[in-house]
Design a protein around this ligand. Structure first.
Ligand SMILES: Nc1nc2c(c(=O)[nH]1)N[C@H]1C(S)=C(S)[C@@H](COP(=O)(O)OP(=O)(O)OC[C@H]3O[C@@H](n4cnc5c(=O)[nH]c(N)nc54)[C@H](O)[C@@H]3O)O[C@H]1N2
Ligand SMILES: Nc1nc2c(c(=O)[nH]1)N[C@H]1C(S)=C(S)[C@@H](COP(=O)(O)OP(=O)(O)OC[C@H]3O[C@@H](n4cnc5c(=O)[nH]c(N)nc54)[C@H](O)[C@@H]3O)O[C@H]1N2
Ligand code: SF4
Ligand SMILES: [Mo]
Length: 714
C-alpha cells in the first residue's frame, strides 16, 4: 500500500520574541502517555523549548520513564500537523482552510447518511482521549450522527479485565486501591505484565515485595522477580486453575472469607480440581515445584496482590483467563482487604476514564448500559432529547473495523485518538477496509499511518496545549493543564466536534467546546451511574484534592473512594462472584506449516503504534526498527542468524524484523513488538479471533513460521 506524500509546509510557525527568563510559564500536568499518568511540571514559552521534570505526585514520586522525559519533543515534531488537509482529485492531501475541511466532512457524512442511514457512518475513539473528549465523542455519535456505530481502541486493551471485573466484583475499576498500597505487600503476582518496561516508576512501589512474574519471556520485570514462571503463550488459565488446585489441596484457602464474602466457589473449584500440577506442567511448561512455590508465596504472605496485564488478557479466552486469576485471588481472600487485592493494570493515559463515558458500543456516560431504559432516560434528559433519539448498541472495535466499506457496514469513519492501521489485528485486511470507505476522517496532531489514508485530516491540540481531566489506573481523576497556546491553525478535539455537530444541524447551545463546561455536563450525565463523577469539579481538583471515583455529589463533600470493596462488593448482595471457567487452547495451534508461537507486546522506548515516540530522536535511537526475539536453537532451525532480517509469517500475513537471538526465550515462542509501521507491523500476522465476552482480539498468541527474508544477506 503506497502512502500519498504529504505536502511540504509553506511557512513555519512565526517565531515569538525571546521570553523574559523570569516569566517563563510553568504548568503542573501529567505525562501524555500511559495510565500511570506520572505527575510532571512543564516549563517553557515555546514548543521547542519545553522542559519536563517530575512533579510532586504519589504515583511516580520523582521518577519518569524515558518516554515521559522526552514527551515535549512531540510538541514540535518536524511533521506536526498544523493545517487541515483535504484529499484532492489527484489523490494528494493538500492544505485547506477549516471551513473547507469541515464542510467537506459534513457534506460527506450527510451524503452517506442519506444513502445508507445513520449507521452508515461510524466513529472510532481512543483511551488516550481526555474524559471530556471521550464523553463528547459518544454524545456526538449518538446525537449529531445518530449512529450506533461507535467503539474505541480500549477494546484492544483492557476489555477482558473489565468484563471479568464487572462479573466478579459488580464494578470495573482497574485498581480498586491506590498504587502506594502496593508498598505494603509481601508478595505480588504479575500475570502477563512487564511493568519494568511499561510503567517503570511503578516498580518503586514493588521494591519491598517478592515478585512472581508469569511471562513466556524473561523480561526486565521477570529478572527482578523472586520466581519467574515461563508458560507457553495462551496457557495461563490452566496455570491459574492449577494454582487454585494446589491452594485447595494444600489447605491454603481462606475458608472464612469464601463463606462470608463470595458466591460460586464450589463450581469454580470443581473445574480447578481437574488441573493437578503435573497436568499443568505438561501443558504450560511450568514445573510443578514452581507452581507450589508460587502458591506458598501468595498464601503465606501477610499481604499479597494479584495483578494482571495484557499478557493474560489479550486472548480470545481473555475474560475467562482473568476470571481464573480473580478466582485465585478470591480463594486466598485478597480482594476487598486493606493491603491485599486483585487489580488490572490499565494501559492508556485515560484507559480508565475512556471506558466510562460512552465511547464504547454498548455504553452511556457514567459506565451505564445503553440498553437500560433508566440509563437512557437519564442521559437523554441531560442531553435535552427524548430517549428514543438514542440509538442502541453497535459493533465492537474489531467487528466495526472489519465491516467498514462492506455491504452492510459503515461507509464513513471518523477516527479520534487511535492509529488502527498499525495497532489493529490483521492489519493488511484492515487497510483494505479503510481504503473501501467513501469517507475517512482522522483527527490527530501527527500524520499517523491512519491519517495518511484519510480523505480529511484535522490537526488538533496536544496535551501541553489543552485543559481537561484523565482518570489514571487507580481511578484517580487528574487535571491536564495547558502550558502553551496551540499553533494558530490547530483546534481542540472538543472544538472540532462542536463545529461538526453544528454543521450537521445540531443547536449550537447543546455543544460546548469549553473543557470545564463539558466536564460539568459529564458530571451530570454520570450522576447516579456506576462511575459517578458528580462530586468532582475542576475547582476541587485544582485545590489539589486527590479524588477517586465514585465521588457522588453528596451533601457535604464526598471524599472520593480510593479503596473499593472494603465493606462490600458492588453486587446487590455485597458478595464477589467466582466464575466457573475452564482452560481452552488458543484459536490457532502450531503445526508443521507454522511451528512456532508468536506473541507481541511492548518495549520501554516506544508507545503503542509509535505515532508519537517514533518522532522522538532519542527513542528511535534506542529502538530504531522492528525486531524478533528468538531462542538461538530455534534461530538455527529456522535458518536465521542474529542481526539478520527475517520474515515472521502466519496464515494471515508476514512481518519483517531484525533477529535478536536470546537464550532466555522459550524454544517454541518468538516475540515481536507492535510499535512499527509498514512491513514491520506485527499485526500483519496476528489473529483476529475475538473473546466472545469482551471483543478482545487474540494479540498474544498465534502460529507462525520464522525464515530468512528472501534476498536479504544473512
Ligand atoms: N513502553 C510502553 N509502555 C506502555 C505502553 C507502550 O506502548 N509502551 N502502552 C501502555 C498500554 S496501552 C498498555 S495496555 C500497557 C501494557 O502493559 P503490559 O501488559 O505490561 O505490556 P505488554 O508488553 O503488551 O505485555 C506484557 C507481557 O505479556 C507477555 N505475554 C505475551 N503473551 C503472554 C501469554 O500468553 N501469557 C503471559 N502470562 N504473558 C504473555 C509479553 O511477553 C509481555 O512481556 O502498557 C502501557 N505502557
Ligand atoms: N499486536 C498487538 N497489537 C496491539 C497490542 C498488542 O499488545 N499487540 N496492544 C493493543 C493495545 S493494549 C492498545 S491500547 C492499542 C493502542 O493502539 P492505538 O490505538 O493505535 O494507540 P496509539 O498509538 O496511542 O494511537 C493514538 C493516535 O492518536 C493520536 N492522539 C493521541 N492523543 C490524541 C488526542 O487527544 N486526540 C486525537 N485526536 N488524537 C490523539 C496519536 O498521535 C496517535 O496517532 O494497540 C493494541 N494493539
Ligand atoms: S511511566 Fe507512563 S506516565 Fe510515567 S513517564 Fe512513563 S509513559 Fe509517562
Ligand atoms: Mo493498551
Amino acid at each position: 500500500m503506497s502512502e500519498p506524500p504529504l505536502p511540504v509546509r509553506e511557512s513555519g510557525t512565526p517565531s515569538a520574541p525571546e521570553p523574559d527568563p523570569r516569566s517563563v510559564p510553568e504548568s503542573d500536568t501529567h505525562c501524555p502517555y500511559c495510565a500511570l499518568q506520572c505527575g510532571t511540571r512543564l516549563r517553557g514559552a515555546r514548543a521547542a523549548e519545553v522542559t519536563v521534570r517530575p512533579a510532586d505526585f504519589p504515583v511516580n514520586r520523582g521518577r519518569l520513564c524515558q518516554k515521559g522525559w522526552t514527551a515535549p519533543q512531540v510538541l514540535s515534531a518536524a511533521d506536526r500537523l498544523t493545517r487541515p488537509l483535504v484529499r484532492r482529485p489527484d489523490g494528494r492531501l493538500a492544505e485547506a482552510s477549516w471551513d473547507v475541511a469541515l464542510d467537506r466532512v459534513a457534506e460527506g457524512l450527510r451524503g452517506i447518511r442519506d444513502r445508507h442511514g445513520p449507521d452508515g457512518v461510524a466513529v472510532f475513539g481512543g483511551g488516550g482521549l481526555t474524559n471530556e473528549k471521550a464523553y463528547l465523542l459518544g454524545k456526538f455519535a449518538r446525537l449529531a450522527l445518530g449512529t450506533s456505530q461507535i467503539d474505541y481502541n480500549g477494546r484492544f486493551c483492557m476489555s477482558s479485565a473489565a468484563a471479568a471485573g464487572n462479573a466478579a466484583f459488580g464494578l470495573d475499576r482497574g485498581l480498586p486501591f491506590p498504587v502506594t498500597d502496593l508498598g505494603e505487600a509481601q508478595t505480588v503476582l504479575l500475570a502477563g505484565a512487564n511493568v519494568a518496561e511499561t510503567m517503570p516508576p511503578l516498580m518503586q512501589h514493588l521494591d519491598q515485595a517478592e515478585l512472581i512474574v508469569m511471562d513466556p519471556r524473561r523480561t526486565a520485570t521477570a529478572r527482578r522477580a523472586a520466581l519467574h514462571l515461563q508458560p507457553a503463550p495462551g496457557t495461563d488459565l490452566a496455570l491459574a486453575l492449577g494454582l487454585l488446585h494446589i491452594a485447595a489441596v494444600d489447605g491454603l484457602l481462606d475458608r472464612d472469607y469464601i463463606r462470608t464474602r463470595t458466591r460460586g466457589f464450589d463450581d469454580a473449584l470443581r473445574r480447578a480440581m481437574a488441573w493437578w500440577p503435573e497436568r499443568v506442567e505438561a501443558l504450560t511448561g511450568v514445573p510443578a515445584s514452581d507452581q507450589r512455590r508460587a502458591v506458598r508465596m501468595l498464601a503465606g504472605a501477610r499481604n499479597a496482590y494479584v495483578l494482571t496485564g495484557r499478557g493474560v488478557e489479550q486472548h480470545s479466552t481473555g475474560t475467562d483467563t482473568v476470571a481464573g486469576f480473580v478466582n485465585l485471588a478470591l480463594a486466598l481472600g485478597l480482594p476487598g482487604r486493606t493491603g491485599s487485592g486483585y487489580g488490572c493494570l490499565t494501559g492508556q493515559g485515560n484507559g480508565q476514564g475512556g471506558r466510562e463515558h460512552g465511547q464504547k458500543a454498548d455504553q452511556l456516560p457514567g459506565y451505564r448500559s445503553i440498553t437500560d431504559p433508566a440509563a437512557r432516560a437519564h442521559v437523554a434528559g441531560v442531553w435535552g432529547v427524548t430517549p428514543d433519539r438514542l440509538p442502541g448498541p453497535g459493533r465492537s472495535a474489531y467487528e466495526l473495523l472489519d465491516a467498514l466499506g462492506g455491504e452492510h457496514g459503515p461507509r464513513g469513519l471518523l477516527v479520534f485518538g487511535s492509529n488502527p492501521v498499525v495497532s489493529a489485528p490483521r492489519s493488511a485486511h484492515l487497510t483494505d477496509r479503510l481504503a473501501a470507505l467513501d469517507l475517512l476522517v482522522v483527527a490527530d496532531f501527527v500524520p499517523s499511518e491512519t491519517a495518511r489514508m484519510a480523505d480529511v485530516v484535522l490537526p488538533v491540540t496536544q496535551w501541553a496545549e489543552e485543559e481537561g481531566t484523565l482518570t489514571n489506573l487507580e481511578g484517580r481523576v487528574l487535571r491536564r493543564r495547558a502550558l502553551l497556546s496551540p499553533p494558530p491553525q490547530v483546534r481542540s478535539d472538543l472544538e472540532v466536534l462542536r463545529d461538526l455537530a453544528v454543521r450537521l444541524g445540531e443547536p449550537a447551545g447543546r455543544w460546548s467546546a469549553d473543557p470545564r463546561e463539558v466536564f460539568d455536563e459529564l458530571r451530570a450525565a454520570s450522576r447516579g451511574g456506576r462511575a459517578d463523577y458528580s462530586g468532582i469539579s475542576y475547582r476541587r481538583l485544582d485545590a489539589r484534592e486527590s479524588l477517586h471515583w465514585p465521588c457522588p455529589d453528596a451533601p457535604g463533600r464526598h471524599p472520593g473512594t480510593p479503596r473499593l470493596f472494603l465493606d462490600r462488593f458492588a453486587h446487590p448482595d455485597g458478595r464477589a462472584r467466582f466464575t466457573a471457567v475452564d482452560h481452552q487452547g488458543p484459536a490457532e495451534d502450531i503445526g508443521p506449516a507454522y511451528p512456532l508461537y508468536a506473541t507481541t507486546g511492548r518495549v520501554l522506548a516506544h508507545y503503542q503504534s509509535g505515532a508519537q515516540t517514533r518522532r522522538v530522536a532519542e527513542l528511535t535511537g534506542a529502538v530504531p526498527e522492528p525486531f524478533v526475539e528468538v531462542h538461538p536453537d530455534t534461530a538455527v532451525r529456522s535458518g536465521v542468524v542474529d542481526g539478520s532480517l527475517a520474515r515472521i509469517s502466519s496464515a494471515r500475513g508476514s512481518m519483517t524484523a531484525r533477529v535478536r537471538v536470546d537464550p532466555t526465550m522459550r524454544l517454541d515462542t518468538v516475540f515481536a513488538p507492535f510499535h512499527f509501521p509498514g512491513d514491520g507491523r506485527a499485526n500483519l500476522f496476528t489473529h483476529p479471533a475475538l473473546d466472545p465476552r469482551s471483543g478482545m482480539p487474540e494479540f498474544k498468541v498465534c502460529a507462525v513460521r520464522l525464515e530468512p527474508l528472501p534476498g536479504a544477506t544473512p
